[in-house]
Design a protein around this ligand. Structure first.
Ligand code: NAP
Length: 468
């Protein structure tokens, strides 16, 4: 009877996980999606706890308490640190899968070799390889994103690197096959920890050649590895919910990685082996051309005269936490009957949906957030493009400069607007490490400074003006 209740709870939890993903597709239903995901996870834990074979309840309570101790502080990181926070979660997931696989192997070995069937062994080998490589790979990714000093941000490459990496994984795989074929051979117990060691090493080597700029995409790929290791764990533990939830995790991670690659016009292999962001060989156009700087007073006057203002937010808006000031500016412009739209590039910021989340936080109506493909045809009619801490996503070099690392990446056509105001703190390049000719264009004026301060100054100018 209990078994039937648990299986029913698993079906409901699976359905909730599917709906959670579906609802997260749209900002209007995203909150409901998060709640559905939480409900599904709580149901999954409670149902599994109810299984008759679970007798040591103290361990479960201890594990849940430990999870809270780690999880609650992790949930409080700022939005800009969410990619590394997510990487840490994958590291924990991978480690859990690896440890469960290891424990099950030694338990079954101790209980009698007949327990180690080829099928179980296959599932264990897949689980430990994927689990442990996800563990170290995700830790490295989190370290790179957090800019931890010990871990180099730039890609580290050496001759024959890909051959060494693939060779290492091949050796681990071959050893795994040997274990599947003869799980009880005398050498099997020696081979098992060697496979673990190779998987741990592979996770580190996999991330070393990848630059910081590609980390968010790599994290999505690691997400799918963690999901696949959960699927294997489901087969090891004969738990159907782990199989379905792991498959959802694995496929959604892969789909997200593909979406991000498409939005940056990069291929999977280019992300994994491209060593993007390694050298800054491009010529610095800043050396021969000069910027024109404008003061907030002048910019506010131009903004007041506009019919259509398109705000192009980027990573700098997130760093400055300028979204609330942007909202005030939006209100000021709307008050004057000016149409204000936000141009949302799919990879603006450091994670998909980054700009949507920030602007939603400041209560900017979703209807004024316009996707890149939809806003671009309107850009020639735009009086002012206000670039707020965006750089790569408005770099025209992506259209024609074949030597540019962002060549082919679709961009927001900010350069087609009549006037461009670009807010950033310095002349430093963006994430791809390249200069942006948009800033030197005849119709571009730079508003140098922290985005929150500059927008605050613009608001002051406009609110002061409206007071007269
Ligand atoms: P970006 O190219 O990284 O440029 C951000 C700009 O913001 C910088 O040039 C910086 O200039 C400025 N900035 C930083 N802090 C600021 C502050 N407090 N106030 C004002 N300006 C500030 O950003 P992006 O245009 O949003 O492009 C995103 C990049 O990330 C793309 O290359 C994309 O491929 C990559 N990426 C994104 C994702 C994703 O999922 N969103 C995933 C992987 C990679 P200063 O230092 O001069 O201020």
């Amino acid at each position: 009877m209990m078994q039937a209740v648990v299986q029913l709870a698993y079906v409901v939890a699976t359905a909730l996980f599917v709906f959670a993903l579906h609802w997260m597709n749209d900002p209007k239903t995203a909150r409901r999606g998060v709640h559905a995901g939480i409900a599904a996870m709580v149901l999954a834990v409670l149902a599994t706890w109810g299984l008759p074979e679970i007798v040591h309840h103290g361990w479960i309570i201890g594990a849940i308490a430990l999870g809270f101790v780690v999880g609650v502080p992790l949930s409080r990181v700022p939005l800009t640190a969410v990619p590394q926070r997510t990487a840490l979660s994958h590291a924990f997931g991978g480690l859990a899968a690896g440890l469960v696989g290891t424990a099950k192997y030694y338990l079954w070995l101790g209980e009698g070799p007949e327990n180690l069937t080829s099928f179980r062994m296959l599932a264990i080998v897949a689980e430990i390889i994927l689990g442990y490589l996800t563990f170290t790979g995700s830790l490295m990714a989190a370290g790179k994103l957090q800019e931890i000093k010990l871990i180099p941000q730039r890609p580290v490459t050496y001759p024959g690197q890909n051959i060494i990496n693939i060779g290492l994984l091949g050796v681990a795989g071959a050893m795994g096959v040997a274990l599947v074929v003869s799980p009880t051979a005398s050498w099997a117990a020696i081979l098992f920890p060697v496979i673990i060691g190779l998987a741990l090493l592979f996770g580190v080597l996999l991330i070393i050649p990848i630059g910081g700029a590609d980390m968010p995409t790599v994290i999505a790929i690691l997400n799918s590895y963690a999901g696949l290791s959960a699927v294997a764990m489901g087969f090891v533990l004969d738990n159907k919910l782990l199989i379905t939830a792991g498959a959802l995790d694995g496929s959604s991670g892969l789909i997200l990685a593909i979406i991000m690659c498409k939005a940056m016009n990069r291929s999977f292999t280019n992300v994994l082996f491209g060593a993007f962001g390694q050298v800054q060989q491009q010529k610095l156009i800043g050396e021969q051309k000069t910027y024109k700087a404008e003061a907030p007073e002048g910019a506010a006057q131009v903004l007041e005269q506009a019919n259509l203002v398109v705000v192009v937010p980027g990573y700098g808006m997130a760093v400055a936490q300028a979204q609330h000031k942007v909202r005030e500016l939006y209100d000021q412009l709307k008050k004057r009957g000016i149409t204000v739209k936000f141009a949302i590039h799919p990879v603006a910021g450091r994670m998909p949906g980054h700009m949507n989340v920030l602007l939603a936080e400041a209560d900017i109506p979703y209807t004024d957030l316009v996707a890149m493909e939809e806003i671009n045809p309107d850009m020639p009619q735009c009086d002012v493009a206000l670039v707020v801490g965006a750089n790569d996503v408005v770099n025209p070099a992506a259209r024609y400069d074949k030597a540019s690392p962002i060549y082919g990446m679709p961009i927001i056509d900010a350069d087609k607007a009549r006037t461009i105001f670009a807010i950033k703190r310095s002349k430093n390049p963006g994430f791809a490490g390249i200069d942006n000719e948009l800033y030197f264009a005849d119709h571009t004026w730079m508003l140098f400074g922290d985005a929150k301060n500059v927008i605050g100054d613009l608001v002051k100018q406009l609110s002061g003006a409206s007071g007269h």
